[in-house]
Design a protein around this ligand. Structure first.
Ligand code: FDA
Length: 324
């Protein structure tokens, strides 16, 4: 996969922008919030909910953070005005985390307060290893200020994730709320698993651990062995659609959330599995990225993880492997 993946990345980069735009249309909800709203309205009939991401990340100066602050305000307005079942996903580096930590905290706190007024949850996406601890620290600091509408993402490929789950649960008890995923950044083998099976085993174990700690589990994967394991893990704990969350130490019902868990998938990826989960009554959330910077963003993702190029190529030439 490695060599072929890199080859596909090289080819994609040589393709004209209009061709890449045609492919990206499936995975990116458009250039502005109006396009994203229209995509979500179309998908609402499937019985799903959403998390909205304004494309972009690490900024080079603090003025650029203002763009994200303003745009996320527009997203909050759009959620309320259109009565959407949606929350936010943000990247802490887009709010200045790697430039001025104090300012980034202020920017994120302001957004959390605005979101809290409307009972809207904010997920801090997890970026590369440089910000793993700083991102977790933000969540703990915001909860200490009474802002309970925030949670983060943990990446199962990282060796540290099991201790991170315990550490966050020790601090926040039942209010801990994780999106658990494989991790898109291919980190060094000294800090992360690199083989597929090790990553899947780790993720399945993390799902169990999160559920056993009474925390909220947002299971973010399109990979059937993970979904299958998660369904069995939920059943074994008496959890599922329409069943109240009665685990020891859990925080109880949360606005916009499922009964202690939900499934999450990216826009445009494995719609058949997503629809099956939603139809069975599982809370199922679609990650909706939109923004002007879709091209730069897509190219960076491809550089970070050539597997993404392979997935996309496969879905073009073998559409049955990834239904919209
Ligand atoms: P896997 O990569 O094995 O994919 C299974 C199948 O799904 C593939 O065979 C393919 O058909 C399809 N597929 C998966 N990804 C695809 C793609 N991009 N395009 C087309 N088809 C694709 N990572 C991170 O580091 N920080 C984060 O904050 C997040 N946030 C996040 C939110 C949500 C809602 C999801 C679903 C994922 C993330 N991720 C993430 C990404 C995650 O870490 C991981 O890289 C991808 O989900 C791919 O891993 P899967 O478990 O889906 O399996």
């Amino acid at each position: 996969m490695g060599v072929l993946g890199r080859f596909m990345v090289g080819i994609t980069k040589c393709m004209p922008r209009f061709f890449v735009a045609g492919v990206a249309r499936r995975y990116v909800a458009g250039k502005d919030i109006a396009s994203a709203v229209s995509v979500m309205k179309k998908l609402t009939g499937e019985g799903v909910c959403f998390t909205i991401d304004v494309l972009g990340e690490e900024i080079s100066n603090l003025d650029e953070a203002q763009f994200f602050i303003d745009e996320y305000d527009r997203v909050l307005d759009a959620i309320v005005k259109n009565n959407l079942d949606a929350n936010l996903s943000i990247k802490p580096t887009a709010f200045g985390l790697l430039i001025d930590e104090k300012k980034a905290y202020e920017n994120i706190e302001r957004l959390l307060r605005n979101a809290m007024e409307n009972d809207i949850f904010v997920r801090l996406d997890m970026e590369d290893f440089r910000v793993t601890q700083p991102t977790i620290d933000i969540v703990i600091a915001m909860h200490a200020k009474g802002l309970r509408n925030v949670g983060t993402v943990l990446q199962s490929r990282l060796f540290r994730t099991s201790s991170d789950i315990d550490a966050v649960c020790d601090e926040l008890s039942g209010y801990a709320d994780f999106r658990i995923c494989k991790g898109v950044y291919l980190e060094h083998e000294s800090i992360s698993h690199t083989g597929y099976h090790n990553i899947v085993d780790a993720l399945n174990q993390h799902v169990d651990q999160i559920l056993d700690r009474g925390a909220y589990a947002a299971i973010a994967s399109h990979d059937w062995p993970i979904i299958e394991h998660s369904l069995a893990a939920l059943e074994a704990r008496g959890m599922g659609p329409g069943i109240g969350d009665s685990r020891d130490g859990c925080a109880g019902e949360r606005t916009g959330k499922g009964p202690g868990y939900e499934f999450q998938m990216l826009l445009g990826v494995r719609g058949n599995i997503r629809r099956r989960l939603a139809k069975a009554g599982h809370r199922t959330r679609i990650y909706i990225p939109y923004g002007e910077r879709w091209y730069e963003y897509s190219m960076r993702r491809l550089d970070e993880n050539p597997d993404v190029a392979m997935h996309i190529t496969k879905s073009i030439f073998m559409p049955w492997t990834n239904r919209r």
